[in-house]
Ligand binder design. Structure first.
Ligand code: NAI
Ligand code: A1CAB
Length: 277
């Protein structure tokens, strides 16, 4: 079992630690670093995982998972670059940041794998996409796939698709939560108690997700199955179409993609490369 150090234990770092523990990863084989002491203490208390300083984490871990905000990457790289050797595997979860940025800062030959996960990792239902950097081998990819496979599903993609994945499944849970929030508001408007509205909407979301995963059909067919001629659903669907909800979702995901490209462009050796993604 590899020793994994999470560098920056915020929302996604905590999701990974929690998901790995739930999946049976030994807590002695997990470490994290965290800028805020109070946050570090909370996490140690909650999960029994050891908080380390950066030097200790880099020395002891086989896999270094970088999970700070893209905007905070430079100070972290300053600290770890002199310490990371090519025997380590660096896994970056940072939206937008190319593997090339890390490779430039680490000792020659250091393997880097770029990953875009999402927060359902907390409940073992992440969707993660992995891409190899220049020095990452099949064995490195398998190590990362095994780690992420224990907390959800994993696909392998070329790195030039990572900004699209970030917009779609990295940010995706936010759009589903937003939809659920809005539907609960509709229940409140119609006079349902909040707890009842919440239960109705959440179970409808879970049931629909299970149908999507397990069913053979396309989402259109499943929606048609709910939409009776002259019935209630078509009246609702007409309003969604009138308000341009489909176009709004497409625009939202396109905007998230642009932001991912922009975050990466700031850190590319040649920022114009970001224009092509
Ligand atoms: N939140 C999400 O849904 C997802 C986030 N990501 C990526 O994961 C990364 C982290 O995102 P979040 O967890 O949402 O952010 P966050 O702000 O919740 O967590 C980042 C953590 O890193 C700590 N930190 C910053 N600099 C540090 C340093 N030098 N040493 C130690 N700790 C340091 C911060 O105190 C904070 O707790 C980002 O790069 C983001 O793009 C990727 C997929 C999904
Ligand atoms: O909003 C963000 O930047 C991160 C990346 C994907 C999901 N959350």
């Amino acid at each position: 079992m590899s020793t994994i150090a999470v560098l920056g234990a915020g929302k996604i770092g905590e999701s990974l630690l929690s998901g790995l523990i739930n999946a049976g990863h030994a807590t002695e084989k997990l470490l994290f670093t965290e800028r805020y002491q109070q946050r570090a203490e909370e996490l140690t208390e909650r999960y029994g995982v050891r908080n380390a300083d950066v030097a200790e984490a880099v020395e002891q871990a086989d896999v270094l998972v970088v999970s700070v905000k893209p905007q905070d990457i430079d100070p972290l790289l300053e600290l770890i670059s002199p310490l990371v050797t090519p025997e380590k595997l660096v896994v970056t979860l940072c939206a937008g940041l190319p593997t090339e940025l890390f490779e430039r800062r680490f000792a020659a030959g250091t393997p880097v794998v770029r990953v875009m996960p999402n927060t359902p990792m907390l409940v073992g239902e992440a969707m993660s996409a992995v891409s190899a950097g220049t020095h990452a081998t099949e064995a490195h990819l398998e190590t990362v796939e095994e780690m992420l496979g224990s907390v959800g599903r994993v696909v392998r993609i070329p790195e030039n698709q990572q900004d699209a994945v970030t917009a779609l499944s990295g940010s995706g849970p936010a759009y589903f939560f937003y939809l659920v929030e809005a539907m609960i508001d509709a229940g409140i408007l119609l006079g349902l108690p909040r707890a009842v509205a919440g239960e109705l909407v959440v179970q409808s979301a879970v049931g629909s997700a299970a149908m999507l995963r397990e069913g053979e059909g396309h989402p259109v067919i499943m929606r048609e199955g709910v939409t009776s001629p002259g019935g209630t659903t078509i009246s609702g669907v007409r309003e969604l179409e009138k308000h341009g909800v489909r176009a709004a979702l497409i625009d939202a995901i396109e905007a998230a993609h642009s932001r991912s490209v922009e975050l990466g462009a700031k850190h590319r050796a040649d920022p114009s490369e970001g224009d092509e993604d």
